[in-house]
Structures are given as structure tokens and as C-alpha cells.
Design a protein around this ligand. Structure first.
Ligand code: KG4
Ligand code: ZN
Length: 336
């Protein structure tokens, strides 16, 4: 089964073709980073308009790269939520329009389910069950995953998401948007041992997170030490954030007795996080899995993949293309 996937929940238009026999056939991405850069964050109306401009040309490109035409597709998946309403509507309308015109099944996909399953697009693929650390711009969650659609939330952030903390730190340090990669790059030139920032809730005994205090600590440090210390502050922040993410992941593995950890979402691209988890994995004898680097942040491939799993299980949502800008992953039903 060949599924076209459309992601348009935020500031990236992602299109992909996934074949349940042959794997990912092609994918393409247009990022709106430059469009929103001067505003320091995503402007929803500009995002929607840009998705409209990009979605069909990108679809043609992906089909061309795969050497296929629309008539070779068996189903269409799109991000139904959560995300920006106007942006979601673009993908939902195009997907539903195409499905109707081509007489194909369509399926609305939960964006976080896409992230969660994205490591299954890489080799080696993790087997179920596993613990997932989901770290994106909007979410920081630890989940137990027993299969497609079978997710149990074990803990999440009480305030800011990890990616948000990176983005806000970037802003405080005068770096651009999006902040994660910029903070990580600056941190590499800094001394992580010069300043010690708090590790919020690291020893709280549960799997909850909190990052807003860390952001305030960065602000205070910046005021006290000034611009000269920027790289060292970035390094201290990154150390603290990664310590917490790695520490809680280990705790989740210990608590559940599981031996497989999957990392997904934009912050999963962070090099220090990967180094830390890889080192712990060989020391403590568990396996850690990541999506390919280009599939950590938003993309169409993860939507095509999650959609294919749902369509294969007979869970098309044909015609009911209502978007869900706010949508709890816990409300999602298992397709089997
Ligand atoms: O998953 P994603 O693309 O979008 C959401 O669904 O939110 O994640 C974007 C987030 C942003 O906050 C960005 O700053 C962060 O991921 N990010 C990183 C890195 N690359 C992206 N954070 C830390 N280190 C990175 N290398
Ligand atoms: Zn995302």
C-alpha cells in the first residue's frame, strides 16, 4: 500500500510517499524559518498562506522523485492535529479533496503519533513495547508504547516543553529562531563547567518535568555575567536540560523494567542528548533508537507512516476531515 503523507501543523510543509512493502519512497520539506525569522516566532496567518503555496508543488516533486503519479497512490494521510488551526486546514483540505477526486481512503493523523512512530522509519527498527521520550517544541512526554495506538503517558512537563526551553534560551542569548540548533551550536564553543544551572525535578521521584525555572536561571545568569559569557551560559543550559531528559529516561526504563528507549521530536536531533543516551545505553545494557536526523523535526514521512499503519488496520477517516488543533494523544484509539 502506497500512502501520501501531508504535514502542515506548524511552520513546515512536509510531503512524503510511504510504501508498506518498500518503505519510504520519497519525501520533501519546505521550512518557513526564513519567513518567520524577523518576528521571532511563527505567525499563524503567514504560515497558512505559505502552506497553500507549497503543498501542491511539493507533492508533484515527491511523486516525480518516486517515479509515480497520483494514480499509483492507495491512500492519503494528513496531520489532523494538534497544531495551528489555519495551517492544519490546508493539509486537511488538500488531502480530503484529493482523496475525494481520486476515490481513495484518507486518514487524519495525530502529529505526536507521527513523531512517536518516526524511529520505525530507521534501521534497526525498535520492537514493541518500548519507552518513548517525546521532546518537541510543544511537548515533553515519557510514554510507554505497546503498539500502534497503544500509548500510556508516564510523565510530562508541568510547564514549558524542552524545545521551548531551548527556543527561549536562544532568545535570551540573542540567537535566532528556531533556537534549539543555535543554542546547541553556541554551546559547543562554551565551557559547560563554568556555571552550574539547576536540574529541575531531576530527583522528584516521578517522571514529570519542569523547564520554566531553568529559563529564569538563564535569564538571571545572563544579566549577571553579560554578553561575554553567552557561550558558557548556552553550554551550562544545554548540560542541565540534557541531564534532566537523560535522567528521566533512565528512570522510566528502571521503573518499567524495559530495555528499549525511543527518542522522537525536534530535540531528539540534539547531539549531546544522543551522546549521553548512547553512553548510558552501553553502560546499562539497553537499546536506544532515534529517527534519522532529518526526520526528527516535523516532516511528511512520519505522517505517511502513521497513516499507513492506520489505513492498513482499516481505520480510514474518510470525509470527516475536521481538524483538531487541541488533541490529547491519550484520546487516540488503537487501530487494531
Ligand atoms: O518536533 P519539532 O520539529 O516541532 C514540534 O512539533 O514542536 O520540534 C521543534 C523543536 C524546537 O523547539 C527546536 O528548537 C528544537 O525542536 N530543536 C532542537 C534541536 N533541533 C531542533 N533542540 C535542541 N537541539 C537541537 N539540535
Ligand atoms: Zn512536531
Amino acid at each position: 500500500m502506497r500512502v501520501l503523507g501531508i504535514e502542515s501543523s506548524c511552520d513546515e510543509t512536509g510531503i512524503a510517499l510511504y510504501d508498506t512493502e518498500r518503505g519510504l519512497l520519497a519525501h520533501a520539506l519546505h521550512t518557513q524559518v526564513a519567513l518567520h525569522a524577523e518576528y521571532g516566532g511563527v505567525v499563524p496567518e503567514l504560515a497558512s498562506r505559505d502552506h497553500i503555496r507549497r503543498v501542491l508543488p511539493l507533492t508533484r516533486r515527491v511523486l516525480g522523485e518516486a517515479g509515480l503519479t497520483l494514480s499509483d497512490i492507495d491512500g492519503i494521510a494528513y496531520t489532523q492535529g494538534p497544531g495551528l488551526a489555519g495551517a492544519l486546514l490546508v493539509g486537511a483540505s488538500v488531502a480530503s479533496g484529493l482523496a475525494l477526486a481520486l476515490d481513495l481512503p484518507s486518514v487524519g493523523v495525530h502529529h505526536l503519533e507521527g513523531h512517536l512512530l518516526s524511529p520505525l522509519l530507521a534501521e534497526p527498527r525498535p520492537e514493541f513495547p518500548f519507552i518513548a521520550l517525546l521532546v518537541s517544541g510543544g511537548h515533553t512526554q515519557i510514554m510507554r508504547v505497546d503498539g500502534v495506538g497503544r500509548y500510556e503517558l508516564l510523565g510530562e512537563t508541568l510547564d514549558d516543553a524542552a524545545g521551548e526551553a531551548f527556543d527561549k534560551t536562544a532568545q535570551l542569548l540573542g540567537l535566532g529562531y528556531p533556537g534549539g540548533p543555535a543554542v546547541a551550536k553556541l554551546a559547543e564553543t562554551g565551557d559547560p563547567s563554568r556555571f552550574k544551572l539547576p536540574r529541575p525535578m531531576l530527583n522528584s521521584g516521578n517522571l514529570e518535568f519542569s523547564f520554566s525555572g531553568l529559563k529564569t536561571a538563564v535569564l538571571n545568569l545572563k544579566i549577571k555575567e553579560g554578553d561575554e559569557a553567552r557561550a558558557d551560559i548556552a553550554a551550562a543550559f544545554q548540560e542541565a536540560a540534557i541531564d534532566v531528559l537523560a535522567g528521566k529516561s533512565l528512570q522510566a526504563l528502571r521503573q518499567t523494567g524495559m530495555k528499549r528507549l525511543v527518542v522522537a521530536g525536534g530535540v531528539g536531533a540534539n547531539r549531546l542528548l544522543r551522546q549521553r543516551l548512547d553512553a548510558e545505553a552501553s553502560k546499562r545494557r539497553f537499546q536506544v533508537y532515534y529517527p534519522p536526523l532529518d526526520l526528527c523535526t516535523d516532516n511528511g514521512a512520519m505522517i505517511a507512516y502513521a497513516g499507513a499503519m492506520r489505513l492498513k488496520a482499516g481505520r480510514a477517516t474518510n470525509g470527516s476531515f475536521g481538524i483538531r488543533p487541541r488533541w490529547d494523544l491519550a484520546d487516540l484509539n488503537a487501530p487494531d
